[in-house]
Write a protein that binds this ligand. Structure first.
Ligand SMILES: [Zn+2]
Length: 142
């Protein structure tokens, strides 16, 4: 696979709503919205809980998760983001009902297994005046 430092992933469009998610890596933490009423994590960022319409607040998570599913992309969809790369759904250990669409890094595709423990790593990228921290996941270190 291509060295991570050479990869230019497409960057997210920051909004007032999603900025805490995309910039939390500056503090070294994975931060997601949690419903103040039902306690569920909510992702992608939303104005209200999709289950009970209560208010959401950003909370710090451990950054640990489990691989729910994955695929190896072999098609060159984006310039500067050469295949092959692993696209995965990762569920944070704090709430396995929610999932993040992400990339798995620092792992051979043949070594990925269902429910594999992973931990977040951030890719720091500058985008104009913004600094974005893209949450990626690698196998959890023992
Ligand atoms: Zn709720």
């Amino acid at each position: 696979m291509t060295q991570q430092s050479e990869i230019q992933r497409p960057l997210p469009a920051l909004t007032e709503l999603n900025r805490p998610f995309w910039t939390a890596g500056a503090d070294g933490v994975l931060r997601m919205q949690r419903c103040a009423a039902c306690g569920r994590l909510v992702h992608p960022p939303a104005l209200r809980c999709p289950y009970d319409h209560a208010l959401l607040e950003y909370v710090d998570l451990s950054g640990r998760g489990r691989v729910e599913s994955w695929t190896v992309n072999r098609h060159p969809w984006f310039p500067g983001f050469p295949p092959p790369y692993l696209v995965a759904f990762v569920s944070p250990v704090e709430d396995t009902r929610v999932r993040l669409l992400t990339n798995l890094v620092n792992v051979d595709p043949d070594e990925v297994t269902p429910n594999m423990p992973v931990q977040v790593v951030f890719e720091r990228r500058e985008d104009g005046d913004d600094v974005v921290y893209i949450p990626l996941f690698e196998p959890e270190r023992q």
